[in-house]
Design a protein around this ligand. Structure first.
Ligand SMILES: [Zn+2]
Length: 91
């Protein structure tokens, strides 16, 4: 009987690809606070006056950002490093 490890991986990639497309945060875990603020800044009006809430799951993390200026809200996916960095940063 043939083993099919690649088939399993392809299936997983297919499932992941079917999920809603999420924005990926652009900062690194060791970036300065100003770079993190820039990464979370509003994409609509470019305001940096954004409130955000960290949501950490078992396998992934995301941050929900809401602009205090225009009210635009969006969800940004985070790597483990980014989630740790945000958890250490005061909102
Ligand atoms: Zn805005």
């Amino acid at each position: 009987m043939r083993r099919t490890p690649f088939q399993a991986r392809t299936f997983r990639e297919t499932v992941v690809g079917m999920e809603e497309t999420l924005e990926l945060a652009s900062f690194r875990g060791d970036d300065d606070p100003c770079l993190i603020a820039a990464a979370l800044a509003c994409r609509v009006c470019l305001s940096g006056d954004v409130e955000w809430a960290l949501r950490v799951g078992d396998f992934d993390a995301e941050v929900v950002c809401r602009c205090r200026h225009c009210g635009d809200a969006r969800t940004v996916s985070l790597t483990a490093d980014q989630a740790l960095r945000l958890s250490l940063q005061a909102a």
